[in-house]
Write a protein that binds this ligand. Structure first.
Ligand SMILES: NCC(=O)CCC(=O)O
Ligand SMILES: [Mg+2]
Length: 321
């Protein structure tokens, strides 16, 4: 076995998987203001930026060859309400950010989450009635949220809420609004995970959630067959691409999904995964560059077609060397 590993040229020759910049999606955080850059404490190296700086970062991403960004708004607490009304305001932060980026960098793909958690004073992805996240009333708002984001120029609508039946409803809503080309990336197998902690710091939804959890709609980490049912439903309802989330601890799910459905399969290397690697690297316990590339290669090996990762710009630079 060691003969093929003996030299760099033969290692390259027999290498089975390749990671490329074309596999990367960069999640970015946007805040109100001008010239604003706020470091996210639990994600060293990641910032929330105002729209003017986001446009610069988007240009940088496109120049690096990154195909798409995913834009997440950090919404002012005063705009969060129990009915999440700001989610359907066509002039909300995320819609203004999308319009600005699309205008400046038209060839960069833009992905927007569809879910109510940035706007809901309860911190939940759906409407809360009598202490329960209700399904169909939430789906109705998600459809309106999808339309305003798509009208702002978002190329890919990514429902991350885990309500039942929302893919079909959103597809119909987009089509009726003349938005047929807009793609749907479904967060189909999204687990109720502790690894989202730093993200909730970044978008300020942790305090709203008040220590609650999302177990009545996100999946139980004990389950894998259930992920296949979720994916089958979302594909039947019209999803163009599906996502597994979190990433590294759930690569068994990626593998089963890819083998079962052979459709575009993405995974999200989430904030907690980023924070773990970063903390170790900052302590001198891990070689950051090598750990980034190895972790992303693991997603490819499991069957991912693309990876959402906060390391995207650094990974792109490392891959171009
Ligand atoms: N809907 C997007 C997320 O929940 C992101 C999670 C993370 O990066 O931890
Ligand atoms: Mg589902």
């Amino acid at each position: 076995m060691r003969r093929n590993r003996r030299d760099d040229w033969s290692r390259r020759l027999v290498s089975e998987h390749r990671l490329s910049v074309d596999d990367l999606i960069w999640p970015v955080f946007v805040v109100e203001g001008n010239g604003v850059r706020q470091e996210v404490a639990s994600m060293p190296g990641v910032s929330r930026v105002s729209i003017d700086l986001l446009v610069d970062e988007a240009r940088r991403a496109a120049d690096l060859g990154i195909p798409a960004i995913a834009v997440f708004p950090s919404v002012e607490p005063s705009l969060k309400t129990p009915d999440a009304a700001e989610a359907v305001n066509p002039n909300n932060l995320v819609c203004r950010a999308v319009r600005a980026v699309k205008k400046a960098v038209p060839n960069l793909g833009i992905i927007c989450d569809v879910a109510l958690d940035p706007y809901n004073s309860d911190g939940h992805d759906g409407l809360v009635i009598d202490n329960y996240v209700v399904n169909d009333a939430t789906v109705e708002i998600l459809c309106r949220q999808s339309i305003i984001q798509a009208e702002a120029g978002c190329d890919v609508i990514a429902p991350s809420d885990m309500m039942d039946g929302r893919i079909k409803a959103i597809r119909q809503a987009l089509d009726s609004a003349g938005l047929e080309p807009v793609r749907i990336l479904s967060y189909a197998a999204k687990y109720a995970s502790a690894f989202y902690g730093p993200f909730r710091d970044a978008v300020g939804s942790k305090s709203a959630l008040k220590g609650g959890d999302k177990k009545t709609y996100q999946m139980d980490p004990a389950n894998t067959d259930e992920a296949l049912r979720e994916v089958a439903l979302d594909l039947a309802e019209g999803a163009d691409m599906i996502m597994v989330k979190p990433g590294l601890p759930y690569l068994d799910i990626v593998r089963r999904v890819k083998e079962s459905f052979a459709v575009p399969t993405l995974a999200y290397q989430v904030s907690g995964e980023y924070a773990m690697m970063k903390a170790a690297a900052l302590n001198g316990w891990l070689d950051w560059d090598k750990a980034v590339l190895e972790s992303l290669m693991a997603f490819k090996r499991a069957g991912c077609d693309a990876i959402l990762t906060y390391t995207a710009p650094e990974a792109a630079r490392l891959l171009s060397r």
